[in-house]
Design a protein around this ligand. Structure first.
Ligand code: BES
Ligand code: ZN
Ligand code: ZN
Length: 505
């Protein structure tokens, strides 16, 4: 899809269809809609007065314009966007997504989007383009029939009077971020057979080569040397070798000693059967997406390599399968993590925290001073927050607040859960330093309490994306399946931190 910005009037854009935002209960008697009504021969007023369109979020009305010479496009799609006062970049992004999906369904090949969001042209255009790319992702890669073959060839973001440079920059940023989120979704969607730790490392290497990131992939021998007994205990049951992927973005003149180093750590379990503590068969196929935390890191780093912020960023992704076999770790086994801590493995299905423990320790060894880890870690998070909010926990309240604020900008919701030290009692072991499960109560919190044991001495936040990384239903603005949650927020965390750093120095 070719994407461009236009700072002229929407009347003059030669596309097949114009998509136009309409606010809730907006009338066509004055202002923007009155002008639109005039050039479309009264059709807008008619649609609104007949109450066919009330302007509620994601409502659409599709109209062919016949015999109009004042407007170049032949069709318009009116898209409800809800309350004007609540209309932000996140909503404009969804509006664009809804428009793109609806118009693709009508075989439209060229679209101009009039989001009507007030604000800086670079932010508005980035939001619109981001939302458009996210909307186009489909799950049908492995279908041979009934594939979505229709394609939008040209997208124009219209912001009347915008500065050309701002518009261009925004469009480019939106494309980079949108495409990168889709890379995460594509990785997450791959079946376990096509997304082994080895393949995941290859995919990371391709991204690194293309987008100026350095990469190091530790094999099991090197993990052994590093003393990563916790990570290695998870891969014991698998025939596929584990990999620890390390990506790094380094800007020119980075001063890590002075400014510290931000690291993203993502769970990369390419298939989670539960191991000897085998999961029930129902829905086990979904456990192919247990590497989404890792895919999130790859997607975010891919964007960062292109956006070139002024601060360095490290990405660490422990990749393994979790399978039962005669060699697999058994419940009751005791393993030694890289930090020297001993862990009693009560349940081999609580494997995510075991691999993250060593990955967090390794990120610290590489100089990380601030760590955000993300993982499809617990089923319990869906019980607590459903598929709406991602759980955030951690030891640095400022970092958590930043994540929540960046998420708001990006249209991704984070909800903080408590992490009082009392919860750590639940993971005390009778025979080792800690155990890997804390009983049935507060499952998301005790998982985080486990990770906290390895994140001491750094500023740390943890995202449990098990409830939000996969959408069971399609939305008007995106397909069902992998959502790519948190990629956009992480990118904003980096760009915000870079701005602060530039301002401060
Ligand atoms: N990968 C799962 C968590 C998960 C569940 C992700 C559902 C996505 C959807 C994780 O490794 C796991 O199995 N966690 C256990 C922990 C328990 C044994 C303490 C769980 O949540 O049941
Ligand atoms: Zn598990
Ligand atoms: Zn898992």
């Amino acid at each position: 899809m070719h994407v461009e910005g236009s700072n002229g009037s929407y009347l003059d854009i030669g596309v097949q269809a114009l998509a136009i935002a309409v606010f809730k209960d907006e009338k066509a008697d004055d202002g923007f809609l009155m002008d639109l009504d005039k050039v479309t021969g009264g059709v807008v007023k008619s649609v609104i007065e007949s109450e066919e369109l009330k302007g509620k979020e994601a409502e659409t009305v599709y109209l062919h314009l016949v015999g109009n010479s004042e407007i170049k496009a032949q069709r318009i799609l009116l898209v409800g966007v809800g309350e004007r006062e609540e209309y932000t970049a996140a909503q404009a992004s969804q509006m664009a997504g809804t428009a793109v999906r609806a118009l693709r369904g009508k075989s439209v090949k060229s679209i101009a989007i009039v989001s009507r969001l007030e604000g800086k042209a670079d932010e508005v255009s980035a939001a619109v383009v981001e939302g458009s790319f996210l909307a186009l992702f489909e799950l049908d890669k492995y279908r041979t029939a009934d594939k979505e073959e229709r394609e939008i060839e040209r997208l124009v973001v219209v912001i009347d009077g915008a500065d050309e440079g701002d518009l261009k920059r925004g469009v480019e940023r939106g494309r980079i971020i949108g495409e990168s989120v889709n890379v995460t979704r594509d990785l997450a969607n791959e079946p376990g057979a096509y997304m082994t730790p080895t393949i995941m490392a290859e995919r990371a290497r391709e991204v690194a080569t293309e987008f100026n990131l350095s990469i190091d992939v530790l094999d099991e021998a090197r993990m052994e040397q590093e003393g990563m007994g916790s990570l290695l205990s998870v891969t014991r049951g698998s025939e596929e070798p584990a990999k620890l992927i390390v990506l790094k973005y380094t800007p020119p003149n980075a001063d890590e000693a002075k400014n510290g180093l931000l690291a993203f750590v993502g769970k990369g379990v390419t298939f989670d059967s539960g191991g000897i503590s085998l999961k029930p068969g129902e829905s086990m196929e979904l456990m192919k997406y247990d590497m989404t935390g890792g895919a999130t890191v790859i997607g975010a780093m891919r964007a960062i390599g292109q956006l070139k912020p002024s601060i360095p960023v490290l990405g660490v992704i422990p990749c393994t399968e979790n399978l039962p076999s005669g060699k697999a770790t058994k419940p009751g086994d005791v393993v030694r993590a890289m930090t020297g801590k001993t862990i009693e493995v009560i349940n081999t299905d609580a494997e995510g925290r075991l691999i993250l423990a060593d990955a967090i320790a390794y990120a610290k060894k590489l100089g990380a001073t601030k760590i955000i880890d993300m993982a499809t870690l617990t089923g319990a998070v869906s019980v607590a927050l459903g598929d709406v909010n991602t759980a955030v926990l951690g030891t640095d309240q400022e970092l958590i607040d930043e994540l929540i604020a960046a998420g708001k900008e990006a249209g991704e919701k984070f909800w903080q859960l408590p992490l009082d030290k009392e919860y750590s009692k639940q993971i005390k072991s009778d025979i080792a330093d800690i155990k890997n499960v804390g009983g049935r109560r507060a499952g998301t919190i005790t998982a985080a309490a486990f990770l906290k044991e390895f994140a001491d001495g750094v500023s740390w936040a943890h995202l449990d994306i098990a409830g939000t990384a996969w959408g069971d239903e399609a939305k008007p603005y995106r397909s069902k399946g992998p959502t790519g949650v948190a990629v956009r927020t992480l990118i904003r965390i980096v760009t915000r931190a870079a701005l602060k750093c530039d301002g401060g120095s």
